[in-house]
Design a protein around this ligand. Structure first.
Ligand code: SAH
Ligand code: SF4
Length: 381
């Protein structure tokens, strides 16, 4: 039977879960480590090529577990530093994964900071008014395997870019969970997937280099604070008062600032690491000097870093990015208040803004110049 989105996948297995399956098919337990070594260290995802396994086990693997829950349908380099991957799932839903190579001053692209942005849901239920991912609503949560497989796709691309040696995932500086969907609304799958990404037998990527971005789900932020793995937290604030935030993010009615900010503080105190507050600047909505002063006060109180993101126009949404002058005035107020800030200007820096938009475009009108045949196929499917 061909695999479906609900077929068990190799990318959600752990040494323990695989070991449990093996005696039933007459295989010794040590095979589990061999199988996972092929997948994560040798990056071989065709059981037929796992040459140290007996033929019967290879056949069982191919039949029982899905080794390709995602399929790369489009790779679009939106600038010299950003690769957006459009991935098709077994049920034909589309998700995005983005690779950003941000060059450092004075050094070549090979020495750039590399970040991977991954998705956690198909669509999003939270309906933030600036965001492409929420426009078409929520379809479903991603499975553990679909979250892990996004990173396998990135590994494949990187392996191909550096033919001399296998490019380890470790060559990336960060993974940000900032793609399509609200990660904390798919909490269990997210944590299980990130544990595999982190595990020494898995992708071996440090938890401290993984940032989870949330629109502000208060109970889950508190729950995340108790996780043994110390993932970093980014909070999409986008408004420094309830009045403004409510206009932008419906979630603020359920979790207003008086509930959200103490939860963020709790997380930050438990971790002893700075939390990031994300703030998209939207003309006439949240870019006033008053908002800047209030944001500065919040950031100082939380000892948080602020990421200022000039709004990226989304087709179908009316909002605009403020003038450069207004952006600078906003930033100046934060700096003068002693707040640590980063500004994501153009190009590959606008990481998350990229997420959700490519899928929206393909699903709406199939306008992908680079792959007309594929876009046509997606339209008719
Ligand atoms: N649901 C989570 C993670 C995904 S969205 C969350 O809301 O945090 C992550 C980020 O994408 C948002 O905070 C915002 O920083 C960015 N984003 C989405 N649409 C954007 C747009 N049109 N312009 C700029 N940034 C955008
Ligand atoms: Fe969902 Fe985040 Fe987009 Fe809001 S910003 S609609 S929570 S993906």
């Amino acid at each position: 039977m061909p695999p479906t989105a609900s077929t068990a996948s190799i990318f959600s297995e752990t040494p323990e879960s695989l070991t449990e399956r093996l005696p039933a098919i007459g295989q010794p337990r040590f095979r589990a480590a061999q199988i996972l070594d092929w997948v994560y260290k040798k990056r071989v995802t065709d059981p037929a090529r796992m040459t140290n396994l007996p033929a019967s086990l290879r056949a069982w693997l191919a039949e029982t577990l899905d080794f390709a829950p995602t399929r790369l349908v489009l790779k679009k380099a939106s600038s010299d530093v950003t690769d957006k991957l459009l991935l098709e799932l077994r049920d034909h839903n589309l998700i995005e994964t983005v690779i950003i190579r941000a060059p450092q001053d004075g050094v070549g692209l090979e020495h750039s900071r590399k970040t991977i942005c991954i998705s956690t849901q198909v669509g999003c239920a939270y309906g933030c008014r600036f965001c492409a991912s929420g426009l078409a609503g929520w379809k479903r949560d991603l499975t553990v395997a679909e979250i892990v497989a996004q990173l396998i796709e990135v590994c494949r691309i990187e392996d191909a870019r550096t033919p001399r040696a296998r490019a380890e995932l470790a060559s990336f500086d960060n993974i940000v969970v900032m793609g399509m969907g609200e990660p904390l609304a798919n909490y269990d799958n997210l944590i299980r997937a990130l544990s595999i990404v982190n595990a020494p037998w898995g992708l071996g990527f440090g938890a401290r280099r993984i940032t989870i971005s949330t629109s502000g789900l208060v109970p889950e932020i508190r729950r995340l604070a108790e996780e043994p793995l110390g993932f970093r937290l980014a909070v999409s604030l986008h408004g420094a008062t309830d009045e403004v935030r409510e206009k932008i993010m419906p979630i603020n009615r359920r979790y207003p600032l008086e509930k959200l900010l103490p939860a963020v503080k709790y997380f930050s105190e438990r971790h002893g690491r700075m939390v990031t507050l994300e703030f998209i600047l939207i003309e006439d909505i949240n870019a006033s000097e008053d908002q800047a002063r209030r944001l500065a006060a919040i950031a100082r109180d939380l000892h948080a870093h602020v990421n200022v993101i000039p709004y990226n126009t989304v087709e179908g949404l009316a909002w605009r990015r403020p003038s450069l002058e207004r952006q600078r005035a906003f930033e100046r107020i934060l700096r003068q208040a002693g707040v640590s800030i980063t500004i994501r200007r153009e190009k590959g820096g606008d990481i998350a803004a990229a997420c959700g938009q490519l899928r929206l475009k393909v699903e709406r009108d199939g306008r992908i110049e680079e792959a007309p045949a594929r876009a046509a196929a997606l339209r008719s499917s």
